[in-house]
Design a protein around this ligand. Structure first.
Ligand SMILES: Nc1ncnc2c1ncn2[C@@H]1O[C@H](COP(=O)(O)OP(=O)(O)OP(=O)(O)O)[C@@H](O)[C@H]1O
Length: 413
């Protein structure tokens, strides 16, 4: 049972503006509160009646607001207890189709961890960041930014893909680097440089395929995590890019690993050739730390690959919405993750409409469609084995820590 403090709810913009004396029916949650709280109505709505209805009943025994799940125990029992237990570092990667609520779910999970004793880091590796919007705070700049509000430290990080790619580029500049090429051409050794060109790394960096930015971003995070100031974090939540990017990302470390391996070998040849020539002509033409940088990058890529597949410390959580298209995509994502041995246990179904208590035709048609999509999940061979975590549709944008805390308490039970 999750508990919301009365001060939180009364300070939440979500609740402040939405409480009304309307009697509503839930089917999802009950909120109970003491008559002594700041809220005078005995029945409140936290969202519009047509969208989500939360019924409130007085609880004279407790002096707090409580959200109590009445959903099927097999769907939601103590999932969060398992996620929150232990002080060993755990990584949660949230991914799914674009626009289903990955960022809102990732941010709300991070807030929930931080409010349950875990110093937490939430990282966006989605090239189109929306963490700043979600927290209503400027998190741009590629550095750790403290998020104000939660009980334990919560930091956010939006990786700047352009900047990260630039660093990657400078680490691989010997690939077609004009200085080396001109020099080698002059010595009749241009063929080696052409071989480097065939690896198409430069091309990759100019028009990066989906997934490359994310691979670089995640390797950047791993680089950060190696530094002592990051030791404190026991939960790290990734807000990842949409499905297509994630799938490509999974195969990218292997591809880059192989490419970098080839580059390093070729560079070795170039270095021996140039040093032989240099000894004759006394010319200096080398980039002393480029090979080291590439080697370090390659090592980090291997770590990215390992991290994604580490069942002990990592979990990929698929976020979806109850529509046929989103469910189909989630099923494909789950199959691909399984094939790549990435651990997946939970599926968040976001934006579920409650039964409509009004005669809104639009609402009841949408709800019926959603129920069909939920049935589809239960019958899907890929998704039916995952634990469902249902999240209701609320009638406003989830922005800022109080709203994220509110959402987190509903979703992550
Ligand atoms: N349960 C919900 N109820 C109502 N609105 C929601 C809910 N979840 C998310 N939203 C809203 O949906 C929009 C998209 O959410 P969000 O940015 O979290 O999705 P996303 O999957 O990360 O999107 P993208 O793929 O574009 O990064 C936001 O305006 C958010 O406030």
């Amino acid at each position: 049972m999750a508990t919301l403090s009365s001060s939180l709810l009364s300070s939440s913009p979500l609740c402040k503006s939405r409480f009304s004396p309307t009697t509503l029916v839930s089917g999802i949650d009950f909120i109970s509160f003491s008559p002594r709280t700041a809220l005078s109505s005995s029945t409140i709505s936290v969202v519009s009646p047509a969208i989500l209805c939360l019924s409130v009943k007085q609880n004279r025994q407790r002096n707090s607001l409580q959200v109590k799940s009445v959903a099927s125990p097999t769907e939601t029992a103590s999932e969060f207890d398992e996620m929150v237990s232990g002080t060993k570092r755990k990584y949660y990667m949230l991914g799914g189709k674009g626009g289903v609520g990955k960022t809102s779910c990732a941010a709300s999970l991070a807030v929930r961890f931080a409010n349950n004793g875990h110093p937490t880091l939430v990282v966006s590796t989605d090239p189109a960041h929306s963490l700043s919007d979600s927290f209503a705070q400027d998190l741009t700049g590629g550095m750790l930014v403290p998020v104000e509000g939660p009980e334990s430290p919560l930091f956010a990080l939006e990786i700047n893909p352009e900047k990260a790619r630039e660093e990657f580029r400078s680490a691989s500049q010997m690939n077609g680097g004009t200085g080396v090429k001109d020099f080698m051409d002059g010595m009749g050794l241009g063929m080696l440089v052409e071989q480097l060109g065939e690896l198409k790394l430069g091309e990759l960096l100019d028009t990066p395929p989906p997934g490359l930015d994310e691979a670089i971003a995640i390797s950047k995070v791993i680089q950060f995590l190696e530094s002592p100031e990051y030791n404190m974090f026991t939960r790290i939540v990734f807000d990842t890019a949409p499905t297509g990017h994630t799938l490509r990302l999974l195969s990218l470390p292997d591809f880059l690993d192989a490419s970098i391996g080839k580059i390093l070998k070729l560079r070795q040849k170039i270095t021996s050739a140039t040093s032989a020539i240099k000894s004759v002509f006394g010319k200096e033409e080398n980039k002393p730390d480029a090979a080291d940088k590439l080697e370090r990058l390659r090592e980090r890529m291997v770590k990215v690959r390992e991290l994604f597949r580490d069942t002990e410390s990592t979990e990929f959580v698929i976020v979806t919405i109850p529509t046929v298209m989103a469910v189909s995509e989630s099923s494909r994502l789950s199959a691909s993750l399984k094939k790549e041995s990435v651990p997946v246990k939970r599926l968040v179904v976001n934006q579920i409409l409650p039964p409509s208590s009004s005669d809104c035709k639009f609402c009841s048609i949408r709800r019926k469609d959603q129920m069909r999509a939920l049935d589809m999940i239960r019958e899907d061979s890929e998704l039916s084995g995952l634990t469902l975590m249902e999240a209701p549709m609320v009638d406003m944008e989830i922005r800022g820590v109080p709203a994220l805390r509110f959402l987190g308490d509903i979703v992550w039970k």
